[in-house]
Every structure is written in structure tokens, then in C-alpha cells.
Design a protein around this ligand. Structure first.
Ligand code: ZN
Length: 310
């Protein structure tokens, strides 16, 4: 049985973002606190006792307080059910939460060598001693099964794959860190498979466009978590929040021709959820026309804490 907890569904900054006065952020601070959400991360478990985080967001501490599944076992003075963290990229949104896991509990970090190099080059991450917090390299198109603390398998097989986007940092032959410039934002996709049932979940928090190859990979998924950063490509510009289009940041729009809703329509996917939703996105309002459109198309926006059992 595969269990998934959505720890947070927001893009960088969360909802509300500390310095943002957009419609959604204002409402989230005011009379619609249900709009609040923390930065994107999910937790997965094959046995319900041991959990793996997909990315460690800057909001991790708050997320771990909120998620009872991730609390220390009753009766133990020091314990955490978190056996590991799988990082899909080396951005602050994915790694900053590691700094909240510095109190001496052992766990394993699984990440691409380029991301591990970023952690190593930043001395602040030395708070996670390598004796206690093992680093394990992952590779594109090489499935791996994260281990439990006793060395046995977790029952979950994870396949990292490259995602359509700008030239990806992990494919570039550049010394890291530094020299990454505007390639920041690229991220690995993960296919997460329950070895017992063969059901699988795909996690894809950044994707610039949908290719036929990607469709083939997503078809058959029990659950898809997909890039929902913006509703429309020029959303930040139209709202006066910035000069970048979704595409400039490597993010497909939810709506419109070639958007996620249209591109993924008709694929055999049991459950489709948007993640990594920017606070500028009008679909965050439950009564919006945008929300009705995405729900009619079979999509959901998950609330923090939502648990899915497969
Ligand atoms: Zn905002």
C-alpha cells in the first residue's frame, strides 16, 4: 500500500507570500485563511510507518508539526518516522527544509550528484553530518529503492527522469555550483511505484511543455502531481507582479492551448492534482471560474495535509 501526504502545494513563497499584496495573498491573510498553503512537498510511505519526503521545503518545520503521520512514535524520547529525503533539484525551495532536520536523527538524502555537490559546497549544510545523514546519488532513468533504517527495502521504487524544459542543469556539463544562472528552476520528475501493487504516482513540480514521450510516461498513473504554477502564461505580467512569463521560468500554464489541462486530457490517469501553485494563480479561489474549469476537466488542487492511500 502506498500512502502519500501532501505537505504543501504552493510554489516558492507560499500563500500568502511575505511580501505580496496580490488578490490571493490579501485574501489568505484576511477573510479566507483556507487559502493558506505551504511550499511544495509531499511525503510517501510504503508501510505507513516509515516515510520519505520529496523535497524539503522552507516550510518543513511547520509541515512536520501539522502532519500527524510524521510525528515521533508515541512513547519514544527521540524518534522520527522520516527515513529519507529525495531531492528533485538544488533550489532553496527544495533544500532549505533540510536545515530543520539537524537534531541528530539519522536519515538519508537521495539526490543527483549535481545537487549533492551544491549541499557539499554550502557549509551551512554541514549541520547534517555525513556520518549521521548519508548522501546517496541518484541518476536519471535509474530506478532505486530507498532503504529503511534497518537496511531493508522500503517497498517503493523511484525512477528519476528528465523533464521537458529549458536546457536542464543536470544535463549540462558545467562545474557546480555556480555557472547555473537562469537554468535554475529545472527539476527532475519522479515515478514512484509500489512494488507490491505495481501502482504508481508521478511527481512533476516543474514542466515547460508536454511531449508525446512525457504523455506515454504519465499514462497509467494512479496519481499525477503536476506543475500548476500559473493559470495563464502571462499571469505575473498581467497582475503587475513581475516581468516573467510562466515559460520563462520553465512552467507550463494550466489553461489555454498547449496548457496542462488540454495537453493531458484523455490520458488514462486516475487522479490528477496540481502542485507548485503560485499565489498569483486565480484558480486558488475555490469559487473562481478558473477552479470550475479545472475541476470539470478532472483536476484537483489539494489542501495541505491531504492524504491519499493507494
Ligand atoms: Zn501574492
Amino acid at each position: 500500500m502506498l500512502r502519500i501526504v501532501v505537505l504543501g502545494s504552493a510554489a516558492g513563497g507560499g500563500v500568502p507570500q511575505w511580501n505580496c499584496g496580490c488578490l490571493v495573498c490579501r485574501a489568505a491573510r484576511g477573510d479566507q485563511p483556507e487559502l493558506r498553503s505551504t511550499q511544495c512537498s509531499i511525503a510517501i510511505s510504503g508501510d505507513g510507518d516509515h516515510w520519505f519526503l520529496i523535497n524539503a521545503s522552507p516550510d518543513l518545520r511547520q509541515q512536520l508539526v501539522a502532519a500527524r503521520q510524521l510525528h515521533p512514535k508515541a512513547g519514544q524520547l527521540r524518534h522520527s518516522p522520516i527515513a529519507g529525503v529525495i531531492l528533485t533539484n538544488g533550489e532553496v525551495d527544495a533544500v532549505a527544509g533540510l536545515l530543520s532536520m539537524r537534531e541528530g536523527s539519522p536519515f538519508t538524502i537521495h539526490a543527483h550528484p549535481a545537487v549533492l555537490a551544491i549541499l557539499k559546497a554550502n557549509s551551512i549544510f554541514n549541520v547534517l553530518s555525513e556520518a549521521n545523514v548519508k548522501r546517496v546519488a541518484i541518476a536519471i532513468e535509474e530506478p532505486f529503492e530507498p532503504r529503511l533504517p534497518d537496511g531493508t527495502g522500503s517497498g517503493i521504487e523511484i525512477l528519476p527522469f528528465a523533464v521537458p524544459g529549458k536546457v536542464a542543469w543536470y544535463l549540462r556539463d558545467k562545474s557546480l555550483p555556480g555557472g547555473r544562472g537562469d537554468e535554475l528552476g529545472d527539476t527532475l520528475g519522479l515515478r514512484i511505484r509500489d512494488k507490491k501493487t505495481d501502482k504508481y504516482v508521478v511527481f512533476l513540480a516543474a514542466c515547460a511543455h508536454v511531449t508525446d514521450e512525457l504523455k506515454a510516461r504519465l499514462a497509467g498513473a494512479a496519481v499525477l502531481f503536476f506543475d500548476g504554477t500559473v493559470w495563464r502564461d502571462d499571469e505575473l505580467i498581467a497582475a503587475g507582479l513581475g516581468q516573467k512569463r510562466g515559460q520563462d521560468m520553465g512552467h507550463i500554464a494550466m489553461s489555454g492551448p498547449g496548457g496542462a489541462i488540454e495537453s493531458l486530457a484523455g490520458l488514462a490517469i486516475d487522479r490528477k492534482l496540481f502542485l507548485h501553485i503560485n499565489n498569483s494563480n486565480p484558480a486558488l479561489f475555490p469559487n473562481s471560474e478558473e477552479r470550475r474549469i479545472l475541476e470539470r476537466a478532472g483536476w484537483q488542487i489539494p489542501a495541505d495535509g491531504m492524504e491519499i492511500v493507494l
